[in-house]
Design a protein around this ligand. Structure first.
Ligand code: NAD
Length: 406
């Protein structure tokens, strides 16, 4: 078994390696940060499917689901195994750590590593729900962020892009050089061309979420009162040209329209509900790829400090609404809003003021750069407090196997 000392090697916000101990510790910290609930069922708990469970909001959904709702069920993500030369992806190690927490909590979670867009994975999940979890799914949280999707019906592969719609967008963005020194730079992103919007909608819109529901309903696995939520984002006017009014925003509008169709159908068939959950800005592998979002999130933290609500606390609130522990609270467009702390007039005015003043010279005092830099490194298990990074670590951690005794 190979052991080595891992030091971070990165190009911008992308790191080549992930640190297993750091990832494990980070998951443990998220678990601790999730508020307990008095209403967790003593026994087996509701059966859940979480898609995108290894990272960001899906990981928060998994940990909060365990702690807040006592879930069991199937968790799906798409991660890379360790090789001779490279560590596994961070989501691989976070999944191993999450499995340990589920085991200690006495909850039966099965972790699948595969392409959620494929019918093969849908079949695998359906088989598990049928054979291992009593043939009844109570909840589905859809939290996938992916660059491409192959449609199983046609074999066509779609690629999502992050572009404004209509005209080019100039925005300021936050970068770090090799020494970790921050720079604020103007970047221009050209407008969507050809079928960029359709391609992005095909990947990040509601098509695959609906296909999951079709698949599970087709096998009669949706329990009475089944609830499902897909994650969405609205964000600030400062990022609207690239996000909500851009190609990705078109995909989110499609996701939200899909929720309305599914909600009507589930209500009619199983007395269930489908909603989107609009969440606040968080530093994740996906969000750091969006032009301007790093600058925005760093400034937001500069304004709010500890007032930023971490994903695991937002997801605790979502679970309460999905299980009925709290009433479902929807906006005029039928969406659960967990982003209200980010979008108050006061917070947005303060961020906008800092955004105007942000240059390479001023950014240090306007944004919380230490926090942002550390959050990016923590995505890969680095800069996690309490971890000895001089110690050699085992990198070939196995993917968690289901407990066959169950
Ligand atoms: N990060 C934010 O600021 C933010 C805010 C609000 C809403 N959201 C939404 O939350 C959702 C998740 O985004 P995130 O930022 O947590 O992303 P993330 O990159 O942290 O996580 C993406 C997850 O999707 C999984 N995945 C990717 N491709 C897959 C595939 N083909 N099959 C199975 N799993 C796959 C990954 O393994 C990972 O678990 C998105 O819908 C996003 O729009 C994000």
């Amino acid at each position: 078994m190979s052991e080595r000392v891992l030091t971070p090697r990165n190009r911008g916000f992308l790191f080549l390696d992930s640190h297993p101990t750091g990832c494990e510790r980070l998951v443990a910290d998220m678990w601790q940060a999730c508020p307990d609930s008095a209403s967790v069922p003593e026994g087996a708990g509701p059966v859940a499917l979480i898609i995108g469970s290894s990272s960001g909001y899906g990981l928060a959904a998994t940990l909060a689901g365990l702690r807040r709702a006592g879930i069991r069920g199937v968790m799906v993500s798409f991660e890379k195994a360790p090789t001779e030369r490279r560590t596994a992806t961070a989501g691989w190690y976070r999944t191993a750590a999450t499995a340990g927490i589920a085991r200690d909590a006495g909850r039966d979670l099965v972790f699948l590593n595969g392409d959620a867009f494929s019918d093969a994975v849908k079949d695998q999940v359906a088989d598990l729900v049928e054979r291992r979890f009593g043939g009844r799914l109570d909840h589905l949280i859809y939290s996938v962020a992916a660059p491409r999707r192959t449609d199983p019906d046609t074999g066509t592969t779609y690629t999502s892009v992050l572009k404004p719609v209509g005209r080019a967008n100039r925005t300021r963005t936050l970068l770090f050089d090799d020494q970790g020194v921050a720079e604020v730079r103007e970047v221009e992103t050209g407008p969507a061309e050809d079928d960029d919007v359709e391609q992005t909608v095909a990947v990040m819109g509601g098509a695959d979420w609906e296909r999951w529901i079709d698949h599970l309903a087709g096998r009669d696995l949706l329990g009475e009162g089944f609830t499902t939520a897909a994650l969405s984002y609205i964000g600030s006017p400062l990022t609207a040209a690239i996000y909500r009014q851009g190609t990705i925003g078109a995909a989110k509008a499609h996701l939200e329209a899909t929720a309305r169709t599914l909600d009507e159908r589930l209500g009619r068939t199983v007395g269930g509900r489908a909603v989107t959950s609009v969440n606040g800005a968080a530093v994740t592998q996906s969000s750091t790829a969006i032009p301007g979002i790093a600058l925005y999130t760093g400034l937001l933290r500069g304004v709010l400090a500890e007032g930023m609500v971490p994903p695991v606390r937002q997801l605790a609130a979502l679970w309460d609404q999905l299980t009925g522990a709290a009433p479902l609270s929807l906006d005029d467009e039928g969406r659960v809003r967990l982003d209200t702390w980010e979008l108050t007039d006061e917070v947005q005015a303060a961020v906008a003021e800092r955004w105007e003043a942000a240059t390479t010279d001023t950014i240090d005092r306007l944004a919380d750069l230490d926090w942002f830099r550390a959050e990016v490194r923590r995505l890969y298990g680095f800069s996690v407090p309490g971890v000895d990074y001089t110690a050699p670590v085992v990198t070939d951690v196995p993917w968690p196997a289901p407990d066959l005794a169950r």
